[in-house]
Each structure stands twice: as structure tokens, then as C-alpha cells.
Design a protein around this ligand. Structure first.
Ligand code: ATP
Length: 523
């Protein structure tokens, strides 16, 4: 059976995906009965299963598959000095600006970037127009270099981009305000009445009950990495790991994002999957290159097409890094950061050693010397992985051989190894006790090894559609033939093909086809 994908704008698809996530129990807005809490979301019954499977894929590929990487689960609260040493108290800021009329708050750099994007769109339009006009003989590079309008736009763009880059690098808030004024940027109400730009620290904080004032000020961690750094020696000693070795952690992080939008892409409470790899000083380039490729392979093995992934070098390096690259994914709203890979030098261990007065060095028996290890970090957002996975999986199809409401379907083509429900067991009819009993027997056996679901509500076609909508790769249907010869049909979510198999083979076949080892084999 062939299927045809409907064409529609990326915006429409994204809106449908967000609605689908709610309707089918993947993601709900937080505290929705009170109209939600901006940029905070809850994972529903299928969402939590999918998220746990993504985490398992990451964890196993890091910890289980590497004898020199071990796991850790640190507390969210850490000693406040941690964040002083890491630089987050002084340097984890975004430039904030308020509009005095509308009282709305914006990120100054993001507003200027939006302006740059508008210029880029104008250039793109000119290029597209010319490509149409000149047809096959069109030389895009030459057109960009010589068309007066495009050259003018490009010059404007580059001048603003340079000013922005310089202002951000030198934390020059006065210059940021000047750029906003020079470009006559207005907010969505049309007002250009801006306050000065000022630094806004992204860390949430709270207060210890028994200590008043600054001393008792606690932060909600803005990244999980620091828990790994301060535990470096504990882990090294208790596991007797030798350098090079890594420590992996999955956990919540919190950032008081000024501009929080695009669903779960930018949240105030989110989860990170981070691995810090401790190495000999001087070997960072080699390990940076290795982890860069290994992480790209991990994304590809899950089924992301190469053209939806790309590396993007950082233009400006953070204070702790000597090399940094992002893996960007093409979300429905464009290419954006999915994962960061950073060569963090000995900055973090060095800073914690200095502020705590404790030695955080490693004695290398092969070199017979002590040193502060260098670190290469891989850091991927669990929620962004979730969004990338779902936006790729979400497909609206017409099914040519079907009729009526069955002729279209929404299906989540999630890789079977991470699908929330691997298999549904469905009696063909719900009022036939022989069928429901046989189906329940299969389900009650299967549930010990497979995430499966029993469903006897509605007509069978509807039940298939419901399973398609939550991404279940296999449906087992119990029919009258089952009662005669102990066979069932197994329906493939993507091809819609049904095959007859023996009941005793169901568990083996489903486990084989949904085995995470299929992913590991490709990494
Ligand atoms: P961005 O530039 O998009 O704000 P970042 O460079 O600050 O991201 P890192 O500090 O490198 O992000 O964090 C590592 C990963 O954590 C990111 O690649 C991303 O997947 C995830 N992440 C960071 N901030 C958020 C957020 N507010 N919501 C969801 N995920 C996030």
C-alpha cells in the first residue's frame, strides 16, 4: 500500500504537533487549570514513556557501552560557592530591556537578531525572485555579489552583526541600547520607548530556612555539569577509573529565560543529559574531534536524516572553553541548537580547587605526575531531543485504499526501539468473549517483557488509528482464526502490512524488532 504525505506550511505542522501532544497525552501545559505557567510543561502518560526511552538510549550508549564512563545523580541544590567558582553568578546573564509603554520585557540581543533575520529574509526573497526570472542560467553567487539591492542589504546586515558581536563580547549594554535605537526597533505594540539595557542573571534562587541574607541564598542549578566537577575526585577514587574517563548525568536544570517560546524548545525547567570526559592536558583537540563525531553518529543512529543535522561552530567562545560546537537540528522553526560539545579546558576543576582550597588534581601513574585534568563535555537537552524526535515522527498521510474517515491518518513514526508503547493487543470484536479472553491472555503474558496495551473499545479501524497516533509500531489482532489455529495478525505501523504469526512467536518478534541493540549497532 502506498501513502502520500500532505504538503502544508511548517507553521501549521508545528501547531498541529503541539495540539497532538496534548490530545494524545504526550505534553500538557503546566498547571493548565490556572491557565498554565509560561515555558513550563508536564509530560503525560505517553510523553513520560518516550522521554524515559530517550534517556535510556543516551544512558546506555554512554554508561553501559563505555567501560570508562560511569554515572552520577547529584542534588539540584549545591553549595552557593559552586556558582561563584563556575562563573554563573557573575557571567550567566542575558541583556534585558523593558518597553516603558507596554511594560513588556525582551532580550536585547534577540531583538537585534530578529532584525537581522528580517534582512536575511529580504535577501532570500530577492534571490528567489531572480532565480525564477533567469531560470537555469541563474548564477546565485554572482547575483549576491553584484545586485545593488542585495549588496546594500548584505552590508547593512554585516555592519549590525559586527556591532552586536562586539557589544556582546564586551558586555557593552550602552552599545546594545544604541543599536536598538539606531535600527528604530519597536515592540509588537509599535512603541520605541525603551529602558536602558541591563544584565539579567538567569539563575533562579531561593533561601535556606535557617540562614538569612546572602549566606543562605541557594540557586537552582542552571546546568548539571557542576555536580560532576565537584564530585570528580569522589568518583575517580571510588571507581578507580584512570584518565581518560567520563562521568555521565541526567537531571533537571533551571534557567529564568527572558524569551521563552517555541513550546518545549526553551523552557524554564528542563532536563539535560551531560557527560564530562576527563583527559590529559594537551589531548583536548583529539578528544573534542572524537566526541563531536560520536555524538553526531548517536543522533543519526536514531534515524535523524543527515540533512536535518549540522555542526555549527561557536563564533564567540564562552569564558571556560577553548573549542565549542553545536549540533543543530532543523526543527519546524529552523535550524537550532540541540546539543553542545565544549572543550572546557581545566577551567572548572581549577576554579573549584581555587575557591574551595581543596586539591582537585589527578596523579597519572603512567606519566608519574599530577595534573588538573582537561575536560571535553557533551551536553544535550532531553526536551529538545523529544521535540526533534516528535517533529520528525509526526506525519499526516492519506491512505489511498481506505475510505471515509479512515482515508487519512496521523501517525507518529517513532523509531520502534524508543516508541512509548511497543505493541497493542486488540480483539477483533469486543463483544465476543472467546476473542477478548484470548487477547487478554496474550496481553497478560506479554506485559512482563514489553510495554504493551490492551484495547477493546470502538471498531478495530479506530483502534488502529489511535495506536498510530501514539506511535505504536505493532498491533496484534486476535480474530476467529486465532481460536482455530493459535495464530494472530501483526500489523506494521509504517507499511500497514499485516502478517499471520503464531502466538508463541509474538514476544520474540516484538522484542527483536524493538530492541535498542539495533540502534547501538549503528552508532
Ligand atoms: P541556547 O543558546 O539555545 O540558549 P545554550 O547554549 O545556553 O542554549 P547550553 O548551556 O549549551 O545551552 O546547554 C546544553 C543543552 O541544554 C542545549 O544544547 C539544549 O539542548 C539544552 N537547553 C539549554 N537551555 C534550555 C532551555 N531553556 N530549555 C530546554 N533545553 C535547554
Amino acid at each position: 500500500m502506498s501513502t502520500k504525505v500532505k504538503t502544508q506550511s511548517q507553521d501549521d505542522v508545528f501547531k498541529k504537533l503541539v495540539a497532538h501532544c496534548k490530545e494524545y497525552g504526550f505534553i500538557y501545559p503546566s498547571s493548565e487549570v490556572y491557565d498554565g505557567l509560561s515555558a513550563v510543561y508536564d509530560y503525560g502518560p505517553y510523553g513520560v514513556l518516550l522521554k524515559n526511552n530517550l534517556k535510556a538510549y543516551w544512558w546506555k550508549s554512554m554508561v553501559q557501552l563505555h567501560e570508562n564512563i560511569v554515572g552520577l545523580d547529584c542534588a539540584i541544590f549545591m553549595h552557593p560557592k559552586t556558582w561563584k567558582a563556575s562563573g554563573h553568578v557573575d557571567a550567566f546573564n542575558d541583556p534585558l530591556v523593558d518597553n516603558k509603554d507596554s511594560k513588556k520585557r525582551y532580550r536585547a540581543d534577540a531583538m537585534i537578531e530578529d532584525h537581522l533575520k528580517k534582512i536575511e529574509d529580504k535577501i532570500k526573497k530577492e534571490v528567489e525572485k531572480a532565480a525564477k526570472r533567469f531560470g537555469a542560467s541563474f548564477d546565485e553567487a554572482q547575483f549576491r555579489a553584484t545586485n545593488p539591492r542585495v549588496v546594500e542589504y548584505q552590508n547593512q546586515h554585516d555592519t549590525i552583526d559586527k556591532r552586536l558581536g562586539e557589544a556582546m563580547r564586551t558586555s557593552n549594554m550602552v552599545e546594545l541600547k544604541a543599536i536598538i535605537e539606531d535600527l528604530e526597533i519597536a515592540d509588537e505594540t509599535g512603541s520605541r520607548n525603551w529602558t536602558d539595557v541591563r544584565q539579567f542573571n538567569l539563575m533562579f534562587h531561593t533561601q535556606l530556612g535557617n540562614i538569612a541574607g546572602e549566606e543562605g541564598k541557594l540557586y537552582l542549578r542552571p546546568e548539571t555539569a557542576q555536580g560532576i566537577f565537584v564530585n570528580f575526585l569522589n568518583v575517580q577514587k571510588s571507581t578507580r577509573q584512570k584518565i581518560p574517563f567520563g562521568i555521565a548525568q541526567i537531571g533537571k536544570a533551571f534557567r529564568n529565560e527572558i524569551v521563552a517560546r517555541q513550546f518545549i524548545f526553551r523552557m524554564r525547567e528542563f532536563e539535560q543529559m551531560e557527560m564530562q570526559f576527563f583527559i590529559r592536558p594537551g589531548t583536548q583537540q583529539e578528544w573534542f574531534a572524537k566526541w563531536k563525531q560520536a555524538r553526531m553518529n548517536w543522533h543519526l543512529a536514531l534515524g535523524a536524516p543527515q540533512e536535518k543535522l549540522r555542526f555549527k561552530d561557536h563564533d564567540h567562545l564562552a569564558h571556560y572553553a577553548d573549542a565549542a560546537v553545536d549540533i543543530q537540528y532543523e526543527f519546524p522553526f529552523g535550524f537550532k541548537e540541540l546539543e553542545g560539545i565544549h572543550s572546557r579546558t581545566d577551567f572548572d576543576l581549577g576554579a573549584h580547587a581555587k575557591l574551595s582550597g581543596k586539591k582537585l588534581s589527578y596523579f597519572d601513574p603512567e606519566l608519574n605526575e599530577s595534573y588538573t585534568p582537561f575536560v571535553v563535555e557533551t551536553s544535550v537537552g532531553c526536551d529538545r531531543m523529544f521535540l526533534a524526535t516528535l517533529s520528525r515522527a509526526f506525519v499526516e498521510e492519506t491512505v489511498p485504499d481506505a475510505q471515509g474517515e479512515d482515508s487519512t491518518r496521523i501517525v507518529l513514526k517513532i523509531n520502534p526501539a524508543i516508541a512509548p508503547i511497543k505493541c497493542a493487543v486488540l480483539p477483533l470484536l469486543k463483544n465476543k468473549e472467546e476473542l477478548t479472553k484470548a487477547a487478554l491472555d496474550i496481553f497478560n503474558h506479554l506485559k512482563f517483557s514489553v510495554d504493551c496495551q490492551y484495547d477493546d473499545k470502538d471498531a478495530i479501524g479506530r483502534r488502529y488509528r489511535r495506536q498510530d497516533a501514539i506511535g505504536t509500531p505493532f498491533c496484534i489482532t486476535v480474530d476467529f482464526e486465532t481460536l482455530e489455529n493459535q495464530t494472530v495478525t501483526i500489523r506494521d505501523r509504517d507499511t500497514l502490512k499485516q502478517e499471520r504469526i503464531h502466538i508463541k512467536d509474538i514476544e520474540r518478534i516484538v522484542l527483536e524488532k524493538t530492541d535498542m541493540r539495533l540502534l547501538f549497532a549503528k552508532i
